[in-house]
Each structure stands twice: as structure tokens, then as C-alpha cells.
Design a protein around this ligand. Sequence first.
Ligand code: AMP
Length: 424
Amino acid sequence: MTFKDLEIIEPILRALRAEGYSQPTPIQKQAIPILLRKKDLLACAQTGTGKTAAFAIPILQHLYHERDTYKGPRKTRALVITPTRELAIQIADSFTAYGKFTGLKNTVIFGGVKQGVQVQSLREGVDILIATPGRLLDLMGQGLVTLKDLRYFVLDEADRMLDMGFIHDIRKIIAQLPVKRQSLFFSATMPPDIVDLSRKILGNPEKVIVKPEQTTAEKVDQSVYFVSKKSKSKLLVHLLQTEPYDSALVFSRTKHGANKIVRLLEKAGINANAIHGNKSQSARQQALGKFKSGHTNVLVATDIAARGIDVEELSHVINYDLPNIPETYVHRIGRTGRAGASGIALSFCDTEEKTYLRDIQQMINQKIPVVTAHPFLEDNPEEVLETMPVTLQKPKQAQQGSQRDGNVSTSQQKRRRTYWRKRR
Ligand code: AMP
């Protein structure tokens, strides 16, 4: 199937060709026809699936068709809410890229910077607004943004929004949206509170589930290293000096921890940068730019800052600290192994994190192989594993697009066996 088969108009097709997109991704194949029919959509899809284009293309197409019905200055007719500034910038870049031959204009607003430039571009008029919730409410409160002409609304990364405590802001925003609108709701996971929220926003939506989260876990080669808290930095340096890698994203639980890791790596002669909420916007963009261009091969990030990182062909994800929320683990390792490529996820686990590891294994329904051949091994792994039994569910049959444990392809099994033989 091609984008043309999806009945996308020529100005957008031209832009997609310029981007080098030859075929729609599964979420695009499923969501675009629904959205072009102006139906509401509930989509369960992770970053990396091509979900931004799945919502941006139909919105651009609708606005393009309607461009003559609006006279005078541009009015905000589409709004995308997303949790972080990095994601907001990335989404705005996507609208700019896919819409470059449509004459439509977008702008992005987010907190943490002065509002002057954002207000100026709003005053000039925009068709599409991409915003983080806090700054949007702030500018709405000042009368600088009006949503009365809104026709298209996207809530992106809904689960992350809730994790980050944006629920009240979201409620305030949706209370101000015109009733007559098309609404799109994207979330990587669908726990009950997300389903509840979606009911408040959507009217009789069509549903698309592209990739149950387990599939990400399946296609990534995962391993765990038992190590004491104080030896984690030595293990990290050891791995980065001995493991071949192209680009590694290292996750730290705290901003302070991320800075400390960078200092330790630099001391060991490993070029690294940190990206987290305490860094200025320009420092973050700079760090990301250096990482994307291959100037630095190691980026140390907190979960929130990492949400917006869109780096293709990330070879390694390293969990320096294990997350206490299993879904976060899945989000993290989903940063590697994109677009069908296999990735590697290494996790460090100290004594206090063993319960997190147990919960993660339970959720992904997999036992993560333990690496014993490393110089900083803490406990006897056999004993540790005995203290945290994991009950694996039987693989479910024929779940859409899903490959659960016991249901992995032969090549995948072979790849894993070779991988572990090399390591033990
Ligand atoms: P997203 O899930 O929206 O963050 O997209 C992940 C990456 O896939 C981005 O770098 C997009 O530029 C890229 N992408 C989206 N759609 C396609 C496509 N149809 N073909 C190739 N790359 C794509």
C-alpha cells in the first residue's frame, strides 16, 4: 500500500516523497482512512510507530480543503497537546515538513522560556497549534489564545500526561473546546484511568491498536546485571569501553544522577552529554543535536526529558537505574529496536531495585537473562533469582501484531542464543 492509495492529496504526497517515506507504517495505514472520514480515534501506539504523521497528515489535508472557507487572518483550527517541549517541537517540525506545500502555518508553545516570541507568532495567526498544557492554559488565561474556531484536537501521549500530573490542566483545556470537533487520542498504554479520560474527550471513536507493548520488549535483546549501587558507574564505564555500540541512551532516575554519570564518563574519557529538565532549552537542543549527528555517542537522560528524543538507529538503551513503574521500562527500551531493527537494552539492578525487576518481568511476561560474566557481580544471581520468582502467562494466540514469549520467531531465538553464548 502506498500513501496515494490512502487518498492523500498531491501537496502532501510531494512532501512525504521529500521526506523519503515510501510506504505508510501500520498505524498510518489504519488511522489515516478513519481520520479522513472525520471520525474520532482512540489509538494505542508508541513513539516510533510513525504516529505523528498518522495524525498530522489527515489534519493537514482537512485544513487544506477548508482553507477557502475561512476569510481574514488565520485562526487556530487544530490543536495538539503533548507532555514535553521536546515532543512539542518535534511534532511542530513534522507538521512543517508534511505541510510545506500546503501553505498552512503552525506554531509551538511550551513553558520554561519567555513567552514573547510565542505570543508574536500567535498574533501573526496560525492554523495549527502544538502546545504543552501549562503554557497553553497560561496564554489562554491572558487572552492570547482562543480555541473557539477549533475543529481538530489531538491529545498525544495521554498516559505520559497523566504520569506527569497534567490531568487537571487537560480537563481545563477540554472544557474550553468547541463541542463540534474531531478528537484524536493517542496513548502507548491503556490503563483504566486513560480509558476514562478518553471517554470524556471522544465521541464514539474508532479504535486502532498498533502494537501491544509486549512486542517492543520482544524485539529488543535485554539483559540484566546485578551490581551494587556504588559499582554501577564502574560497570557503565567498563561496558562502554568493551561493548561495541553506536549510540547509547543511558537512563538515570534523577537529574542530579544524570549530571554525575556524565562527569564520571568524561573522567574515563567517554564523551557524553546529559539531557533533563534542569537544562535550558538551548542546552538540551544542543546536546540532542550532538547526539543525533554522532558527535557524542552517549546521552544520559531522565525519563521525562527522554520522551521527546527521536533518534533513529539508537543501538543501546542502558538502564543505569531501574524504573519503579514497569511501563516506563517498556517505554525506555522502546527507544531502541525501532522500525523493525533489533536493539539492545542493558539494565543495572542493585539490591533495592530487585522488586522493580520482578514487576517488570511480570509485566513483559519474560525473564530477562542475567549476565554473570562481568567484573562487578554483586550477589550470587541464582540466589537472587530464587527470591523473586516470576510466573509467566501462557502465550496468547493470534494477538494482533503480537509476539509473546514462547511465540518468538526462529531467527529471533537464534539471535538471542548467539548473543548469550557470546556473553556467558
Ligand atoms: P513517531 O512515532 O511519530 O515519533 O515517528 C517515528 C519516526 O518514524 C520519525 O523519525 C518519522 O520521521 C519516521 N516516519 C514516520 N512515518 C514514516 C514512514 N511512513 N516511512 C518512514 N519513516 C517514517
